[in-house]
Design a protein around this ligand. Structure first.
Ligand code: B16
Ligand code: MG
Length: 216
């Protein structure tokens, strides 16, 4: 069995599906500003920071704007997004997630979050999962986002484990690359993870921690 002492979870697409809320908030901004946007483009924003997400939309729309306007647009999008978070409930955790987290805690495995989102703490609080995490790395923790390994390395440091002893759960290719670059083992969740993860699962429903660790 692999010597795993900590699990580090991405948030959007792993703990809950905030991608849909990000999509609606960006779509509202896009409609107001005449930007090109679609569900397909939204898929490319998984795990990507807010500024980098806006840049993808600007590039798609062949638009160039100054940083002050970019800031104003991101603030607006974030206001739309945060208004939607008010409706987020514990039931919105993805299937199997609360049980999987409880199992891991019972086994003494440390639990960390490695999310690009600056709203990660609010999302965990709405899901009533904040107390389950021993360390939270979010959009404020490091300068270089995924696919740079910095965020996951930061979380491992906060948990007091080395990357070789931590397992990362990710739903996005940039996140899988970040974890591998940091020397972590990775479980890819869903189809958007590429083919580099050690292990690819549809989700965490019905997955037991001992079984997963045995299969690594
Ligand atoms: P915010 P993750 C990411 O979350 C989302 O997948 C991505 O779409 C979003 O742009 C990013 O967080 C930043 O979010 O605007 O709330 O700071 O998958 O890294 O948990
Ligand atoms: Mg994600």
């Amino acid at each position: 069995m692999a010597d795993i002492k900590a699990f580090i979870f991405d948030l959007d697409g792993v703990i809950t599906d905030t991608a849909e809320l990000h999509y609606r908030a960006w779509q509202q901004l896009a409609d107001e500003e005449g930007l090109t946007f679609s569900r397909e483009i939204n898929e490319r924003l998984r795990g990507v920071s807010r500024r980098a997400s806006l840049q993808i939309m600007l590039d798609e729309s062949r638009r160039t704007i100054g940083e002050d306007l970019a800031e104003a647009w991101m603030t607006r999008k974030n206001d739309y997004y945060r208004a939607m978070l008010a409706d987020l409930k514990p039931d919105d955790a993805l299937p199997g997630v609360p049980d999987f987290l409880r199992q891991a805690r019972r086994m003494g495995i440390k639990i960390g979050l490695g999310s690009a989102s600056k709203n990660a703490r609010e999302v965990l609080a709405a899901l009533q999962l904040a107390d389950t995490f021993d360390a939270i790395g979010d959009g404020y923790s490091v300068v270089n986002g995924k696919p740079a390994p910095d965020l996951f390395v930061w979380v491992a440091g906060a948990l007091g484990v080395s990357p070789a002893n931590a397992l990362v759960f990710e739903d996005a290719e940039a996140g899988v690359e970040a974890a591998l670059a940091g020397g972590f083992r990775v479980v890819g969740l869903g189809k958007a993870t590429g083919d580099k993860a050690a292990f690819i699962l549809d989700g965490l429903q019905g997955v037991t921690v001992p079984d997963l660790l045995r299969r690594l």
